[in-house]
Design a protein. Structure first.
Length: 446
C-alpha cells in the first residue's frame, strides 16, 4: 500500500453527521454571547442586526459550499485562499481562521464556568473555565474522540433543550417588554451589534474541515450545511425574541448565562426545572467546546505542516497519533485569553477573525471562477455572482463596524497580522511553493 493510500481519510460521514457537526459547533452561540448585542442596540436594533447577519450566512454558506466541495482540504479557507491568491492570501486566511477558532474556545469555556457558577455559587468562573480547557487538551491529545453517533446524540439533546426553553418561557412573553427601549442607540447600535449577531452562527464553517471524510460530497455537504443553518436560524430567532419579552431585557444583556437566568425569572431560582435546564445546558456548551478545540488544533496543525507556523506544531505524537503541540498551543492561547480579557472582548476578536476569513473566502471564489474556470465544482453557488457578492458586502460592512466600535481590539488584530506577515517575509516563506494537490510538507513524527 502506498503512503498516500495509507493516509487516505475514509468517507463515512452522512448528512445527519454533518448536521450534527454544524449545529454542535455553533449551538453554544444560542446559549450566551448574543445577548451582549442587546446592550449596544436594544431588542429591535439587535433583531435588525440578526436579520442582516442571517442573510449574510445564507448567502455565504451557499457560496462557501462551492469551495468546500471543489477543494476538499482540511485547511479550509487557508487552502482556498492559497490556491486563489498564493502564499500571502493563504497566510491572511489562515491567520483569520486561527483567530476565529482559537478565541471562540475561551469564550465558550468562560460560559461553561459561568453556567457552573450559576448552579453552584462556590465554584469560581475563570479557574473552572481553565480547568475545562485543560481537560479537553488532555482528551484531544490522548486521541479520545466522540463517535459520530454520540455527536448526533449530544447535538439533539442541546436542540431539544432549547425547544424546551422556548416552551417554558413562551407563555410569559409580553410584547411590551420586548418593545421597551427598542433602539436606544439608534442605527449606530445596529452596526455595533453585528459581531454579537455573528455569534449566533459563528463556526458553522468548521464543517469544511471534515470535507475529505464525507460520503458523496456533491450531494451530502449541501444537505448538511443547509439543514444545519436552517436549524440554527429557527433557534436563534426563537430564543432571542422570546427571551427579550419575559422581563426588562437589560437585566440579561450583560450575563454569560442569560438562558438559565431567564428561566429562573419565569419559574424561580429554587424551581427544579431551573437547575435541570442549566445542567443540561452544559452538554451543549461542551459539544461546542470540543468542536472548537478540535477545529483550532487542526488549523494550527495544517498551517504548521505547510510551513506557515513553526514546524514543531505540525508534529504528530508517535503513541497517540495526535498533533499534541498544536493542541497544547491552542490551549495556552485560550487560557491567556481567559485571564486577560472579558467574554465580550474575546467574542469580538473571534468574530473579527471569522469575518476576515469570510471576506477572503468570497474573494477566493471570485478569483477561482476566473483563474480556474474548468475546476470541477460538484456544487456551484446558486445565483452567482449575487450570493457571493451579498456575502462579501455584508462581511465588509461587519468588519468596518467592528473596527469602528472596537478600535483597540481591531488594532491588536491587525498588529498581530502585520507581525505574522513580517516574520513570514523575513523567513522567505512567501517564496516557497506548496504542492497544489495537498499543500503539505512531510509530517514530523516524534
Amino acid at each position: 500500500m502506498t503512503e498516500a493510500a495509507s493516509t487516505q481519510l475514509k468517507r463515512v460521514l452522512k448528512p445527519v453527521h454533518l448536521w450534527a457537526i454544524a449545529v454542535g459547533l455553533v449551538i453554544s452561540g444560542e446559549y450566551f454571547g448574543w445577548n451582549y448585542g442587546w446592550g449596544v442596540s436594544g431588542t429591535i436594533g439587535f433583531l435588525i442586526a440578526t436579520v442582516i447577519i442571517t442573510i449574510m450566512y445564507v448567502t455565504f454558506i451557499f457560496s462557501y459550499t462551492e469551495l468546500t466541495t471543489a477543494i476538499p482540504h482540511a485547511g479550509g479557507a487557508f487552502a482556498y485562499a492559497y490556491r486563489a491568491m498564493g502564499p500571502f492570501g493563504g497566510l491572511i486566511a489562515g491567520y483569520a481562521t486561527l483567530i476565529d477558532f482559537l478565541f471562540a474556545t475561551p469564550a465558550i469555556a468562560a460560559a461553561l464556568g459561568s453556567y457552573l457558577h450559576f448552579l453552584y455559587h462556590g465554584i469560581p468562573i475563570i479557574p473552572s473555565a481553565i480547568l475545562f480547557n485543560v481537560v479537553f487538551i488532555i482528551i484531544n491529545i490522548s486521541g479520545v474522540k466522540e463517535s459520530a453517533t454520540f455527536s448526533v446524540f449530544i447535538t439533539i439533546l442541546a436542540v431539544v433543550e432549547l425547544l424546551l426553553f422556548m416552551g417554558i418561557i413562551g407563555p410569559s412573553f409580553k410584547m411590551e417588554n420586548y418593545l421597551s427601549h427598542p433602539m436606544p442607540f439608534g442605527w449606530g447600535g445596529v452596526f455595533a451589534a453585528l459581531p454579537f449577531a455573528v455569534w449566533f452562527y459563528l463556526a458553522i464553517e468548521g464543517v469544511a474541515m471534515v470535507a475529505e471524510e464525507v460520503k458523496e460530497p456533491k450531494k451530502n455537504i449541501p444537505k448538511g450545511y443547509i439543514s444545519g443553518l436552517a436549524t440554527l436560524i429557527f433557534l436563534a430567532l426563537g430564543v432571542m425574541i422570546l427571551t427579550g419579552g419575559i422581563t426588562d431585557w437589560r437585566k440579561l444583556s450583560n450575563l454569560d448565562y442569560p438562558l438559565p437566568e431567564a428561566i429562573s425569572i419565569v419559574l424561580g431560582k429554587s424551581n427544579g426545572l431551573t437547575k435541570i435546564f442549566a445542567s443540561i445546558g452544559l452538554f451543549g456548551l461542551i459539544a461546542s467546546l470540543h468542536g472548537t478545540v478540535l477545529a483550532s488544533s487542526r488549523q494550527v496543525f495544517a498551517m504548521a505542516r505547510s510551513g506557515y507556523l513553526p514546524r514543531f506544531l505540525g508534529a504528530v505524537n508517535s503513541k497517540f497519533k495526535t498533533p499534541h503541540w498544536a493542541i497544547i498551543a491552542g490551549g495556552v492561547i485560550s487560557c491567556l485569553a481567559l485571564v486577560s480579557g472579558t467574554t465580550n472582548q474575546i467574542i469580538v476578536l473571534s468574530v473579527m477573525g471569522a469575518v476576515v476569513m469570510y471576506l477572503m473566502s468570497m474573494v477566493s471564489l471570485f478569483i477561482l471562477r476566473k483563474k480556474e474556470p474548468d475546476l470541477e465544482r460538484p456544487f456551484a453557488s446558486p445565483f452567482y455572482p449575487v450570493f457571493p457578492a451579498v456575502a462579501l458586502i455584508i462581511s465588509a460592512i461587519c468588519m468596518l463596524a467592528i473596527m469602528y466600535y472596537n478600535f483597540w481590539l481591531s488594532l491588536l488584530f491587525f498588529a498581530l497580522l502585520g507581525i505574522a506577515i513580517l516574520i513570514f517575509v523575513l523567513m522567505g516563506k512567501h517564496k516557497e511553493k506548496l504542492l497544489e494537490d495537498n499543500m503539505v510538507a512531510p509530517i514530523i513524527v516524534i
